[in-house]
Design a binder for this molecule. Structure first.
Ligand code: AN0
Ligand code: CP
Length: 318
C-alpha cells in the first residue's frame, strides 16, 4: 500500500479484517518490520485516541516515532500559493512538507475541514499536498472528508460484536454545540457501504451528507423509525453539508440525543461513538454507561486498525 486515505486504499475488506484479528491476537508479530523506520505524525488539530493509538501501533511494529503539533511550537503554515506572506504565517507548507519528509519514512496527517470553502475541503487540499510533495507514503489521521483509521476500527468492532451475519447498523446525527466536520460520518458510510450490512442513516432535514458518501444507504428522517430493530447505533454530530449551509449548525434539537427512549425500540443494540463525546448532547449518561455501550473497545481497536495500516505501508516501502 502506498497511501491510506479512504476505503479503496485498503482493498479487500475480508483480507484486512483477517489481518486485524491476526494482529489483535499477537500485536508484536511484525515487530521486526519497522526496525530503523521512522513514523512522523503531523497534527493540525487536537487528538487523544489517534495520537496514542497510532504511536502504539508504530511501537508494535518496532518503529521510531516523531510527533509535531503544527499549532503548538511549529511555525504557522501558509497553505495557499501566490499569497504575499506578510501576515502571521512565517513558513509555507510547500517547503515544510518536503523538509518533514526528509526526516522520516512514513507520514500521518491530521487536518480537519476548515469550513471556509466546501470545494477546498472536499478536494482534500492539505493531505493531497503531503502526498504530492513529501516523497513519503502518507496516511490520514482524519482529513477534511474522511477518517479511515476510525472507520476501519469501527468495522473491526462491529465484526466482533455482531450476532447475525447481516446486522442492522444505524448512523444517527445527534446535537452538539460546535460545528463538527462530516469526516467521521462520511467515512463510516463509505466503509459500511462496502459491507453487506443493512445500513441506515438518520438525521434532521438539512443534514444530508454528500451523496457520494451516502451511496446505497437508506436515509430515514424519522429517528425512532430508523432505530427500530437496529443491532448497532452509531451516533455522531456533523454540521450541514448542503449548499450555502455548509459548515453551519441548523439544529440543536435534544430530542435527537440518544437516550433509553430510542434504544428501547432497537434489537438491544450496541451503542458506538468514535469519541470524544459530549454527554447529554450526543448521548445520555445512562446509555453510554450501559452494558450495551462499546465505545471503549471501539477506541481500543484504533490500535489494531493503525497497526494493520502501518504494517501495509511498511511492506510497501520494500
Ligand atoms: C472531531 C470530529 O468530529 O471530526 C474528531 C472526532 C474523531 N471531533 C471534535 O472536534 C469534537
Ligand atoms: N476518535 C478519534 O479520532 O479521537 P481523537 O480525536 O481523540 O484522536
Amino acid at each position: 500500500m502506498r497511501n491510506f486515505t479512504c476505503v479503496q486504499d485498503i482493498g479487500n475488506l475480508q483480507d484486512a479484517l483477517k489481518e486485524a484479528f491476526e494482529i489483535k491476537n499477537d500485536r508484536f508479530k511484525y515487530v521486526e518490520l519497522g526496525r530503523n523506520k521512522t513514523l512522523m505524525m503531523i497534527f493540525f488539530n487536537s487528538s487523544l485516541r489517534t495520537r496514542l493509538s497510532t504511536q502504539k501501533a508504530a511501537m508494535n511494529l518496532g518503529m521510531n516515532v516523531m510527533v509535531l503539533d503544527i499549532n503548538q511550537g511549529a511555525w504557522k503554515l501558509e497553505t495557499e500559493r501566490e499569497v504575499i506572506m506578510d501576515g502571521d504565517k512565517p513558513e509555507h507548507i510547500l517547503e515544510a512538507i518536503p523538509v518533514m519528509g526528509s526526516y522520516c519514512d512514513i507520514i500521518g496527517v491530521r487536518a480537519f475541514a476548515q469550513f471556509e470553502n466546501r470545494d477546498e475541503d472536499y478536494q482534500e487540499m492539505i493531505i493531497n499536498q503531503f502526498i504530492e510533495h513529501s516523497g513519503r507514503p502518507v496516511f490520514s489521521m482524519e482529513a477534511a472528508t474522511r477518517h479511515p483509521l476510525q472507520s476501519f476500527a469501527d468495522l473491526i468492532t462491529i465484526e466482533e460484536y455482531k450476532k447475525t451475519p447481516r446486522p442492522k447498523v444505524v448512523l444517527t446525527w445527534a446535537p452538539h454545540p460546535r460545528a463538527l466536520p462530516q469526516a467521521v460520518p462520511n467515512s463510516f458510510a463509505e466503509w459500511m457501504n462496502e459491507t453487506d450490512y443493512d445500513f441506515v442513516i438518520t438525521h434532521p432535514q438539512g443534514y444530508e451528507l454528500d451523496p457520494a458518501f451516502v451511496g446505497k444507504a437508506k436515509v430515514e428522517y424519522d429517528q425512532m423509525k430508523a432505530f427500530e430493530g437496529a443491532d448497532f447505533i452509531y451516533a455522531k454530530n456533523w454540521a450541514a453539508y448542503s449548499g450555502d449551509n455548509y459548515g453551519k449548525i441548523l439544529s440543536t434539537d435534544r430530542s435527537w440525543t440518544v437516550s433509553d427512549r430510542q434504544m428501547a425500540v432497537t434489537n438491544n443494540a450496541y451503542f458506538m461513538h468514535c469519541l470524544p463525546v459530549r454527554r447529554n448532547m450526543i448521548v445520555t449518561d445512562d446509555v453510554i454507561e450501559s452494558a450495551q455501550s462499546i465505545v471503549i473497545p471501539e477506541a481500543a481497536n484504533r490500535e489494531i486498525s493503525a497497526t494493520v495500516v502501518l504494517k501495509r505501508l511498511l511492506e510497501g516501502l520494500r
